[in-house]
Design a protein around this ligand. Structure first.
Ligand SMILES: CC(C)(COP(=O)(O)OP(=O)(O)OC[C@H]1O[C@@H](n2cnc3c(N)ncnc32)[C@H](O)[C@@H]1OP(=O)(O)O)[C@@H](O)C(=O)NCCC(=O)NCCS
Length: 254
């Protein structure tokens, strides 16, 4: 998705088209709506709702085996109420771990290889309102399937969700939270530019210990400065590589 700050320039039909064309993609990933069907519900239930590690890290509630019936009900509710509920997918050609992943997730291959949609689901991402519409605030929830974690897909999809939230949903602030024991999530959110806004002391009980609940946030204007800084850096790097190409060509010509 092109990352254009709000007032960069007036849109012509052409600039709008080029801005929208990649709206459901990021560099390596595709985003599509979660379907209220057996295939998607099975994937979510098997990969997240019934994986105790993912379930415990995503703070879904008291850790206990979930019945498929309840799990499916929760998924249906999530699809109905979230302002954005998407499957994070890899296009076929990008996947290197598909056979390994289908083995590890113990999921029938036809469900992992989503032939209907020419993409492989690797996670889910939700944006849900945390207050009345007029407050324009929402929270991101994300889960990446275990075989695909720590490969940059979490960062990429959260960045996409931030872009969506501020460019298309006109949100004012986006929140994200995690338990203090989730070092990967905490490190990632800080590095991405989220501010630590609150520590709810000993709000989570897990395995006979109390853990702090961390709450992070980003405002629309903070996102704008991050994206402007990124655009400026990209321009600088592009200029640098042009300069290098020019110098190389001059050297060759000499
Ligand atoms: C949390 C989660 C969404 C992150 O997505 P991911 O694809 O695994 O993460 P990424 O690869 O994009 O980024 C992880 C970053 O944390 C860093 N990291 C990983 N483990 C770390 C650790 N133990 N301590 C500090 N940093 C760590 C990585 O180096 C990477 O940083 P980098 O991009 O600068 O290299 C994903 O792991 C997940 O779904 N986990 C289970 C459920 C969950 O925790 N959900 C979020 C709760 S709100």
């Amino acid at each position: 998705m092109t990352r254009r700050p709000r007032d960069a320039s007036p849109y012509t039909m052409e600039t709008m088209e080029s801005s929208l064309v990649g709206a459901f993609r990021s560099e390596n990933l595709i985003y599509r709506a979660i379907e209220d069907d057996e295939s998607d519900k099975h994937f979510i239930f098997r990969s997240f709702w019934s994986d105790p590690v993912n379930y415990g890290f995503a703070l879904l509630g008291i850790l206990r085996p979930q019945s498929r019936q309840n799990g499916y009900k929760e998924i249906e509710e999530m699809i109905r109420t979230a302002c954005l509920a998407v499957m994070v997918c890899l296009p076929y050609e990008k996947d290197e771990t598909s056979s390994q992943a289908s083995m590890q997730m113990d999921t029938p291959t036809e469900l992992v290889f989503d032939t209907r949609r020419k993409s492989i689901p690797i996670g889910i991402l939700i944006v849900e309102r945390t207050g009345p519409d007029v407050m324009r605030r929402a929270r991101i929830g994300i889960q990446i399937a275990a075989p695909y974690q720590n490969r940059g897909y979490g960062r990429e999809s959260i960045n996409w969700a931030l872009d969506w939230s501020f460019r298309f949903a006109d949100l004012h602030r986006v929140e994200i939270g995690t338990g203090a024991y989730n070092e990967r999530a905490t490190a990632l959110y800080k590095k991405m530019g989220f501010r630590l806004e609150g520590v709810m002391k000993e709000a989570l009980f897990m395995d006979r210990k109390w853990h702090d609940l961390l709450s992070f946030g980003m405002l629309a204007r903070e996102w704008e400065s991050l994206r402007s800084a990124k655009l400026a850096l990209d321009d600088l790097q592009r200029g640098f590589s042009f300069k290098q190409t020019d110098e190389n060509q001059n050297r060759k010509a000499r």
